[in-house]
Design a protein around this ligand. Structure first.
Ligand SMILES: Nc1ncnc2c1ncn2[C@@H]1O[C@H](COP(=O)(O)OP(=O)(O)OP(=O)(O)O)[C@@H](O)[C@H]1O
Length: 311
C-alpha cells in the first residue's frame, strides 16, 4: 500500500503539488491524469524520491520513505518512462539486467530472469538479448524499458507516460501486456498519462490533477458518472461519457439468451466494441461467441440502457 499524506512540493515558492493525499491499494493500478504541468510527474517522482517533498509524508506498507535510503527505494520500485530511457551502448540483455546486477544476483539467475522477461514481452531472447536499443523498433524499446523496470520483481512499478510515443495499435497491445503482467505478478502500478481513454482503460482508480491539486480520486465509473468539478467533466469529454461507460465492461457480462444470425462478436470484446459493431452493421443484436461456440446474444436495447447516465 502506498499512502500519500498531505504532500506538497514547491520550487522557489511556486507550489506545483499542493497538499495531495491519496492511498493506493496493493495490487491495483492507479492512473494519475491531468493537463500538462498539473504536477503528475512531480507527484509520482516523490514516491521513489527522485523529487523530495517540501512537506508531507509518503508511506509504503506503513514505512515512511523518509527513513529509506533513496538507492534502496529505487531498487525496490520499478520505473519506466516515455522514450524508454534505455542505455544506448548496452545490449537489451544488459539493460534488463541492470537492477539484478546492482543487487548482486549471480549470472545464471540474472540470465534466466532476462530471458523470462523478454519472452513475457514477446521478444525472442535468442534474437533480441544481444541487440542494441537502436536496433529495435520504438514499441520494442518500450517493452524492454518496462521489462527492465520489472527485472528484480518490484512490488511497485511507476510509469511516466509509458505509451505516449507509440502508435495506437502498438499502444493498445502494450496496454494489454501491462494488464496481464500486472495480474500475473500482482504489482502495484502508478501510471501517469494525459490520456483519459488510457486512464479509464487501465485504472482501478484515477487521480485527476489540476494546477497541483488533486480534484478527484475515484473509480473510473464514479469519475464518469459523477465528476467532482467542471474541469473533471471537461477532461472526460461530455459527448464521450456513454462510450466511456461502455468501454469499462465486457460483452461476457451482458449476454442474453436468444438466437440471432450473422457474424458473431467475441465474449471478451468490450461493450463499446459491441455497440460500434451493432451500429455499423445496422443489426439490433449480435450472436456472442466464447471458445468457438455461440453462447447467446448482446442487444442494442440492453447496451443503450447501460450507456445511460447512472442514477
Ligand atoms: N525541477 C524543477 N524546477 C522548477 N520547476 C519545476 C521542476 N520540475 C517541474 N517543475 C514545474 O512543476 C510543474 C509541474 O510539473 P510536472 O512535470 O509535475 O507536470 P506534469 O503534470 O507531469 O506535466 P506533463 O504532462 O507536461 O509532463 C510545472 O509547471 C513544471 O514547470
Amino acid at each position: 500500500m502506498i499512502e500519500i499524506d498531505d504532500i506538497t512540493k514547491a520550487y522557489e515558492g511556486t507550489v506545483v503539488v499542493d497538499h495531495v493525499s491519496l492511498t493506493i491499494e496493493p495490487r491495483s493500478i492507479c492512473v494519475i491524469v491531468g493537463t500538462s504541468g498539473s504536477g503528475k510527474t512531480t507527484l509520482m517522482r516523490m514516491i521513489n524520491k527522485l523529487v523530495e517533498p517540501t512537506s508531507g509524508h509518503i508511506r509504503i506498507d506503513g514505512q515512511d520513505i523518509a527513513e529509506i535510503p533513496a538507492y534502496e527505494l529505487r531498487r525496490r520500485i520499478g520505473y519506466a518512462i516515455q522514450g524508454h530511457g534505455l542505455f544506448p551502448h548496452r545490449t537489451v540483455g544488459q539493460n534488463v539486467a541492470t537492477v539484478p546486477k546492482l543487487l548482486g544476483w549471480d549470472k545464471k539467475k540474472t540470465a534466466d530472469r532476462v530471458d523470462e522477461l523478454l519472452s513475457l514481452f514477446q521478444l525472442d531472447p535468442a534474437e533480441f538479448r544481444n541487440r542494441l536499443p537502436h536496433e529495435l523498433s520504438g514499441g520494442q524499446q518500450q517493452r524492454v524499458g518496462v521489462a527492465r523496470a520489472l527485472a528484480a520483481g518490484p512490488n511497485i512499478l511507476l510509469m511516466d507516460e509509458p505509451y505516449g510515443a507509440l502508435d495506437p495499435v502498438i499502444r493498445a497491445k502494450a496496454q494489454e501486456d501491462l494488464l496481464s503482467i500486472q495480474r500475473k505478478f500482482g504489482t502495484t502500478v502508478v501510471l501517469v498519462t494525459h490520456d483519459m481513454e488510457e486512464a479509464i482503460h487501465l485504472g482501478d482508480k484515477i487521480a485527476v490533477m489540476d494546477k497541483g491539486k488533486l480534484l478527484q480520486f475515484a473509480k473510473p465509473e464514479e469519475i464518469i458518472a459523477h465528476p467532482a468539478t467542471p474541469f473533471v467533466a471537461e477532461l472526460i469529454g461530455t459527448s464521450e461519457r456513454p462510450f466511456r461507460l461502455l468501454s469499462l465492461a465486457k460483452v461476457a457480462d451482458h449476454i442474453e439468451a436468444g438466437e440471432v444470425g450473422g457474424e458473431p462478436i467475441e465474449a471478451s470484446a468490450s461493450l463499446r466494441d459491441a455497440y460500434a459493431e451493432l451500429l455499423w452493421s445496422g443489426r439490433p443484436a449480435l450472436p456472442v461467441r466464447r471458445d468457438g461456440s455461440i453462447v447467446g446474444q448482446v442487444t442494442l436495447a440492453r447496451l443503450s440502457q447501460l450507456a445511460a447516465r447512472p442514477q
